[in-house]
Design a binder for this molecule. Structure first.
Ligand code: 13P
Length: 248
């Protein structure tokens, strides 16, 4: 269960969240990941050390270093114990022009430094209304993982986030989400064979304590990437607890 904080929380706000949330991270039976802004990674890596809460960055550059003003490399993320990094989020694709080819390079750069990529895919409302959701998403998966080493497939995380469900309060129904997750799993099998069964596929898009259970009960939905409800420790903890109970 991962919280993507997007461009929210100062260091002090991040630390206040950590203090209230930390008890859950001490004996968690599910993987808990927080993706704060870059600026809060150092403070959170200290605050969560010795707990099972893991950190993710929200983006990376694919190169190790160089003249790329304003960018951050996988080696720099490693210094803050980032075990995961989100790439290809729909906001980065729509607002910053990130392409599947760039996501592909980033995924390879991350796994070479032993950082697990969380690769985001998802269709627009227009794609869904024209009946092309499955095709568009399968294509994004293929192109975003074209160069990804098959021997590292099990470390991949996919996040299916329908663009029309992000921050809108509209959630894909459990059946709608499962249909796409199943198609993603099929595409991953074509790319990587049987290890695809082990790849985590998260759902994202207006996940809340009230709808998380029904979504997570679906066969191919293995976790969630949570925006708004991941900003408050109460709602994120409620979603994590639900997942722990349903597993236990
Ligand atoms: P919301 O949960 O706010 O819809 O955001 C989802 C998301 O984009 C997570 O990456």
């Amino acid at each position: 269960m991962a919280a993507n904080w997007k461009m929210n929380k100062t260091v002090n706000e991040a630390l206040a969240f950590a203090e209230a949330f930390i008890h859950l991270g001490k004996n968690a039976e599910v993987d808990i990941v927080i993706a704060p802004p870059f600026t809060a990674l150092a403070a959170l890596s200290r605050a969560f050390s010795g707990t099972e809460v893991k950190l993710a960055a929200q983006n990376t550059h694919a190169e190790a270093s160089g003249a790329f003003t304003g960018e951050i490399s996988p080696d720099m993320l490693k210094e803050f114990d980032c075990q995961y990094t989100i790439i290809g989020h729909s906001e980065r694709r729509a607002l910053f022009g990130e392409t599947d080819a760039e996501v592909d390079k980033k995924a390879v750069a991350l796994i070479e430094r032993n950082i697990r990529p969380i690769v985001c895919v998802g269709e627009s409302l227009q794609d869904r209304e024209s009946g092309q959701a499955l095709e568009i998403v399968a294509q994004q998966v293929q192109k975003s993982l074209e160069s990804y080493p098959s021997g590292r497939a099990e470390e991949l995380v996919l996040a299916y986030e329908p663009v029309w469900a992000i921050g809108t309060g509209k959630t894909a129904s459990p059946d709608e989400a499962q249909e796409v997750h199943k198609a993603i799993r099929r595409t991953l099998k074509e790319l990587f064979g049987s290890p695809a069964e082990e790849i985590r596929i998260q759902y994202g898009g207006s996940v809340k304590p009230e709808n998380a259970g029904a979504l997570m009960a679906q066969k191919d939905i293995d976790g969630a990437l949570i925006g708004g409800a991941g900003l408050a420790h109460e709602s994120f903890a409620a979603i994590v607890r639900y997942q722990m109970e349903s597993k236990g």
